[in-house]
Design a protein around this ligand. Structure first.
Ligand SMILES: NC(=O)c1ccc[n+]([C@@H]2O[C@H](COP(=O)([O-])OP(=O)(O)OC[C@H]3O[C@@H](n4cnc5c(N)ncnc54)[C@H](OP(=O)(O)O)[C@@H]3O)[C@@H](O)[C@H]2O)c1
Length: 249
């Protein structure tokens, strides 16, 4: 086998597709999310698809909102897996919120899950990797980290915050041989938002996962998914007229 990858938010969407892609490429996997039945079902499907007979899968419930529990739960998962090479910080939520219209609690929730929960997960991974002198952390951020969008202020802030955290951590941890990859997806057809398939250049979770694992295996610090067209449109973010982004609300 090639190694072991741990994925948060593996019960559905991108995380679930990543689990299939890692297994297809010969990795053992550790899978976490809040919904245990979905993880149990996923484990069965992955084991049924495995042709090597060597696949190791560990699953555990993890609510990243309970940030004090993230370290101990991840440490037990890492121990049960034996050795872990890659941790994908993927768990996240989205919500349409309005500024100054009573949505503060929902905005706070977005920041709790996408920023504080994600940072807690990075801590758990680094605590494991530091004494081993090696490891790879992958943060699933978003194009929303590059561009403010109406009704997405808190989501954009959570992803911009996580992106900056990953950038700083990457420099801090380089000499410890702990690699950080930041992935910025565009639109991926999952249940994270209604009608997401109508957004431009939307791809399936399977397509996204294939591109993501290729980026991860390349060891790059940054990847856009799908690479076309977002990699090439990147310089435009933050410079296009506001009217364009109104369409996304
Ligand atoms: N889809 C897109 O277009 C898109 C674009 C850019 C970035 N992203 C990012 O990609 C990541 C995955 O999104 P997705 O599209 O695959 O969404 P999804 O289908 O809704 O999946 C989200 C996953 O996160 C888990 N999760 C949510 N809250 C959690 C919590 N408090 N603790 C632990 N796990 C939690 C969910 O599992 P449980 O409910 O079982 O806990 C689920 O497995 C997110 O970080 C998202 O922001 C997505």
């Amino acid at each position: 086998m090639k190694g072991t990858a741990v994925i948060t938010g593996a019960s559905t969407g991108i995380g679930r597709a990543l689990a299939f892609e890692f297994v297809r490429r010969g990795y053992h996997v550790g899978l976490t999310a809040r919904r245990l039945p979905a993880l149990v079902e996923l484990r069965e499907e992955l084991l049924a698809a495995d042709k090597t007979g060597k696949l190791r899968i560990e699953i555990t419930t993890l609510d990243v909102d309970d940030d004090a529990s993230v370290g101990p739960i991840m440490a037990t998962l890492f121990e049960n897996l034996g050795a872990v090479d890659i941790v994908v910080v993927n768990a996240g939520i989205n919500d349409f919120t309005s500024v100054g219209k009573g949505d503060f609690a929902r905005e706070k929730q977005l920041l709790q899950t996408n920023l504080i929960g994600a940072i807690a997960t990075v801590h758990a991974a680094v605590e494991y990797f530091r004494p081993r002198g090696a490891g790879h952390i992958v943060g699933i951020s978003s194009l929303a980290a590059l561009q403010g969008m109406p009704k997405q202020a808190a989501y954009c802030a959570s992803k911009a915050g996580f992106s900056m955290y990953l950038d700083a951590a990457r420099i801090e941890l380089k000499h410890k041989n702990i690699r950080i990859t930041k992935i910025l997806p565009g639109f991926v057809k999952t249940s994270i938002m209604p009608h997401i398939g109508k957004y431009p250049f939307a791809v399936t979770a399977e397509q996204a996962a294939t591109e993501m694992v290729t980026i991860i295996e390349s060891g790059k610090a940054l990847g856009f998914v799908p690479a076309f067209p977002w990699k090439w449109l990147r310089p435009l973010f933050g410079h296009l007229p506001d009217s364009i982004w109104k369409k996304f609300s």
